[in-house]
Design a protein around this ligand. Sequence first.
Ligand code: GLY
Length: 323
Amino acid sequence: MAEKVTVHGPVRLGRRGVIVHGGAGGWRGSREDEVASAVLAGARAAVEAGLAPGSVVDAIAALEDSGVLNAGLGSVLTIDGRVEMDAGVMYGDGVAGGVAAVTYPRNPIRLADWVARNLFHVLIAGEAADRLAQRLGLPRHPGPSQRSLERWRRLRELLGKGQGPPWALSAARALGLLGGDTVGAALVYEGSTAAGASTGGIALKHPGRVGDSPIPGAGFYAEDGVGACSATGVGETIILGRPCLYALSLLRDGAGVGAAARAAVERHTRLYGADTLGIILVDSRGWAAAAMNTEAMPVAYAGERVEPTALILKRSTESRGKQ
Ligand code: GLY
């Protein structure tokens, strides 16, 4: 399976830097310029916020606001046509927070960050999380976008044409049909680290289904002095495989970011097959890499030593840097 893993990097960001992604998946028929601009806006938002650890939340909020990525305004829909989102964030000093199956906040990552900074709990779900967002006065999500509704109708039509019940549409196939999955960011600031993820989940998911994006170790992980990671792909496999925790264990053992990102995706591919995972990874020295076993993944990065740069990583275009 190793030949199906595509790696970008390592790239030297410098002592302060950020890498973001717009979701691993098929991205067939998508406008590449639109998607590249969306991820670039995420990297720029972190730079504008000063690249301190909390800037990871500003990066992810910008990705949620793009409307073209599967998170926040662009979230895909449940089987009954509703937006239900998950998000989580972790700081390298061990503080983490997540929200699951929320419908109220326009930016679930900001609610997750509030949980991280203010509650002893790590994960708040459903109606209680929505009530909390409302009580905090966070901006309200406007509901399904036109684009998401059109895609939902198209998928429902496919199901109606004898493709079987929704559960017969494998999650990986849905990723190919629908573009990408999830947004995320990983950041380094003079040895401190932070990472997070946000998503509308898997298209046509069962109401109440929760994926990997609010779960530390699975959808994201950060440890000061080691690195930070954010994952995207089929949440059920990511919860079980915990690729971010695994990638950081490799960094702790001395691997470079490129080798660690590749090894984490290779292991995941062996366990769960192709079209299941993409990750972005930074180490505490300021090197970054991205790896995936899907057709494509939009990525952007910026830092002390590199201007904001966006690219669509594709299965056929492996590129290596020096570390
Ligand atoms: N990776 C996002 C999800 O499966 O929910």
